[in-house]
Design a protein around this ligand. Structure first.
Ligand code: KIV
Ligand code: ZN
Length: 390
């Protein structure tokens, strides 16, 4: 494993909460934040204090309850927002102010109604103001994925000079594609003269289903912070999923040459907690945390895994917090998997003929339902043993 550290910035409590229908109470946010701390997330973005008194109180409560992670609050590039974050994160052992301002032509023209020069000026002013409260300041040029390269370089160079220590490049609308986004990060790092004075971070949305791929392309280009959420929650189609980014860099360390400090065995429990708090179900085939992520149904796969797990598993289920992988007995399962499950259940099969009998009954039942459970097998075995000649 390489020692090169990738910083994990979790924004489940801020961007994740922006998923329509996903708001959380203060107590729920503190519970999730404590779990993220236990998982060794480096930075927890706990909310947007200027958004509401409730959001302010939640960020403050998280800052009081969590001492092992840096607690961050989001602020528009405005003095009042920055003051609210500074106040909310005061109790934190380590705090960060994250301020943002849009830099794409469409946002500057249609949303901000500002000229590019005014945007540069306001971004610099906001960063300088934030530095009066903390030396840990992150700046995001919102909609960087659709911003003009030269202008982006200009803004970033100036905010680094003004004291920004992390530069986060958001693909706010999930518009970029991996080779393009990776190339953008590499060119920014190469072209901005003071780029070595800040950590480059990425924040990718999933509108085209590319948030994780884009984040990973950026890591290959030198980004050393990834912003992500548990289960990929977030505005519209969501953000990059923490569990996927973390396990991709760990499993393919040979490619990424960096790793996070995350205790991956807490990934599944954290995913479950976030799902139960928000009521957002995790789809069964979701990578890493879906119920089927380590389940095998086909006979060929089951046979392979029973002989050697590495035939069809690239990670250990236990390493991400499952108790074990799962052999699901269904109509595609073979004799080997059935025999192994019968033995686990302590059912003695005395002869090949008896196994054939149980197998035939098992297949008949499997055609009628999605999964054959252990209770079904006990009944089948019992019946086969009672009626050996059938
Ligand atoms: O998607 C985005 O651009 C954001 C910023 C505030 C970082 O969430
Ligand atoms: Zn976002």
């Amino acid at each position: 494993m390489s020692d090169d550290r990738l910083i994990v910035f979790d924004t489940t409590l801020r961007d994740g909460e922006q998923s329509p229908g996903c708001s959380m109470t203060l107590e729920e946010k503190v519970r999730i934040a404590k779990m993220l701390e236990k998982m060794r997330v480096d930075v927890i973005e706990a909310g947007f204090p200027a958004a509401s008194p409730g959001d302010f109180a939640s960020v403050q409560a998280v800052a009081k309850a969590v001492q092992g992670s840096t607690i961050c609050g989001l602020a528009r590039a405005m003095e009042r927002d920055i003051e609210r974050v500074a106040e909310a994160i005061k109790p934190a052992a380590s705090g960060r102010i994250h301020t943002f301002l849009a830099t794409s032509p469409i946002h500057m023209r249609d949303k901000l109604r500002m000229e590019p020069d005014q945007v540069v000026e306001q971004a610099v002013k906001a960063v300088k103001y934030a530095r009066q409260f903390t030396d840990n300041v992150e700046f995001s040029p919102e909609d960087a994925g659709r911003s003009e390269f030269d202008f982006l370089c200009r803004v970033i160079e100036k905010v680094i000079d003004a004291g920004a220590t992390t530069i986060n490049i958001p693909d706010t609308v999930g518009y970029t594609i991996p080779f393009q986004f990776g190339d953008l990060i590499a060119r920014l790092i190469d072209n901005i003269p003071n780029s070595d004075k800040a950590v480059f971070s990425v924040h990718c949305h999933n509108d085209l289903g590319l948030a994780v791929s884009n984040s990973l392309a950026a890591v290959l280009s030198g980004a050393r912070q990834v912003e992500c959420t548990i289960n990929g929650l977030g505005e519209r189609a969501g953000n990059a999923a923490l569990e996927e980014v973390v396990m991709a860099v760990r499993t393919r360390n040979d490619v990424f040459n960096c790793d996070t400090n995350i205790d991956s065995t807490l990934i599944v429990p954290t995913s479950r907690l976030v799902s139960s708090v928000t009521g957002f179900m995790v789809q069964p085939n979701k990578a890493i945390v879906g119920a089927n992520a380590f389940a095998h149904e086909s006979g060929i796969h089951q046979d392979g895994v029973l002989k050697s797990r590495e035939t069809y598993e690239i990670m250990r289920a236990q390493d991400v917090g499952w108790s074990d992988n799962k052999i699901v007995l269904g109509k595609h399962s073979g004799r080997n998997a059935l025999k192994s499950r019968l033995s686990e259940l302590g059912i003695d099969v005395e002869s090949e003929a008896e196994l054939n009998e149980i197998f035939a009954r098992f297949k008949d039942l499997a055609d009628l339902k999605h999964e054959v459970f252990d209770e079904d097998l006990r009944v089948i075995a019992n019946e086969s043993q009672l009626e050996p000649d059938q």
